[in-house]
Design a protein around this ligand. Structure first.
Ligand code: SF4
Length: 406
């Protein structure tokens, strides 16, 4: 549905001796049958790049490096080939086998990862058919924490995905905020309500970050309160290419902004930026199946100054009860209090997550995905209940013409 260019994908390199099951592991991670799988050593000889969406990690590029340990590519040639792949690798997975253990090849790879500053995950394969205790002990003796996986039973695969998120470079993000939506000379209107939850004397981080990207795109921005929006739109000599609003005033803003002017919210932009927009749009469908007594989790990612009309604590529970006409129960967590097992919830609603890293968001998303709990966020849910979800996603659709002038 949404296009992620290759440069915006987390590049995960998979390294290891031949016949340790690199290709099978890729299939297990992606739940797909895309990589070449064969019991014959060395079936793939050049690195193979596969772009895919892996939940809960997001858009990734998996690099199957089969062949790098090929007996014909010893010494400098092997190091050269590996270095080439490492230049593109954000996170490395190094496979270990029970028979081959920690040998010269593995130590050489660890040195290369360390030299290049690339986070890596030691991964022991074939745990379903081999006794892996010896190699695990060897890895631990190096001060590393191994993950034991089976590509057949899928044991350890979810744990491996979580580890990938944990070790990903801080701040790594699959897509920009708005830069890719704008052309030089475009005008963007940012609607920033100033209520009691706003810090004294300044804008909040997501507003500042979006402003910065608007400037990076050689576009310009008009920043207004919701009360000043209609006048600002009237004063502009031509309609803006995009209006971005705080989602708590979505309904009023959607009425003020002419239908033909693209509209979205800060929280939707951040969901896309952090790689979860597709998941949140799918998750919001769960609202249609809510029943009396269902439990909903509202998850605020930071501890902020709570106002009486707080969007998460007050508005969303009220709107959801009205929309569904069901007697729903809400739990609210903030900061690091996200439950390790969210399995009892019928829906999890995340805040915009503006103050936390992608890694922290992905950790929470991962817990929900592993328990098959639908997850969405304030902006997507609010737009859905107000019947404007299609409209506010339009700027991100594949066929959206970013050069359009209205
Ligand atoms: S991280 Fe979440 S709770 Fe904190 S200010 Fe941003 S949207 Fe609000």
């Amino acid at each position: 549905m949404f296009i992620t260019p290759s440069s915006n994908r987390l590049h995960i390199g998979i390294f290891g001796r031949r016949n340790l099951g690199k290709s099978s592991l890729i299939n297990a991670i992606t739940s797909q049958d895309m990589a070449i799988v064969s019991d014959v050593p060395g079936t793939t000889t050049d690195p193979v790049y596969k772009a895919m969406e892996i939940l809960p990690i997001g858009p990734c590029m998996l690099i199957d490096t089969a062949g790098i340990d090929d007996s014909g590519e010893l010494g400098e040639r092997r190091v050269g080939a590996t270095r080439k792949v490492l230049r593109k690798t954000d996170v490395a997975i190094l496979l270990f086998g029970s028979e081959t253990g920690v040998g010269g090849f593995e130590m050489e790879m660890i040195d290369l990862f360390r030299d290049a500053g690339i986070p890596f995950i030691p991964c022991v394969t074939k745990s379903d058919i081999e006794d892996t205790r010896g190699v695990e002990e060897q890895i631990v003796s190096l001060g590393l924490l191994p993950i034991k996986v089976s590509s057949v039973t899928l044991d350890g695969i979810e744990q491996l995905k979580f580890r990938i998120i944990e070790v990903s470079p801080p701040g790594w993000s699959p897509v920009p905020l708005v830069k890719d939506l704008l052309a030089p000379g475009d005008k963007v209107v940012l609607v920033c309500p100033i209520d009691g939850a706003m810090p004294q004397g300044r804008l909040i981080l997501p507003q500042v970050q979006v402003l910065r990207e608007v400037l990076d795109a050689d576009s310009s921005a008009v920043v207004v309160k919701d009360s000043g929006l209609t006048k600002a739109l009237t004063d502009l000599r031509r309609s803006p290419e995009l209006v971005i609003t705080d989602s708590q005033v979505f309904e009023d803003v959607a009425k003020m902004v002419p239908e033909e002017v693209p509209l979205t919210s800060f929280s939707i932009i951040f969901a896309r930026h952090k790689g979860n927009l597709d998941l949140f749009v799918a998750g919001v469908e769960a609202v249609k199946g809510l029943r009396d007594g269902d439990e909903i989790l509202i998850a605020e990612a930071c501890t902020h100054h709570v106002q009486p009309e707080d969007i998460g604590r007050s508005k969303i529970p009220t709107w959801l009860r009205e929309y569904t006409a069901k007697d729903l129960t809400f739990d609210i967590v903030s900061g690091g209090d996200f439950p390790a097992d969210p399995g009892k919830y019928k829906l999890v609603v995340m805040c915009g997550g503006c103050m936390v890293t992608r890694r922290e968001i992905q950790h929470r998303v991962g817990l929900c995905v592993s328990k098959s709990v639908p997850i969405t966020n304030y902006g997507v849910l609010t737009a859905f209940m107000m019947g404007i979800l299609g409209r506010v996603l339009e700027p991100f659709e594949e066929n959206y013409d970013k050069s359009r002038k209205v």
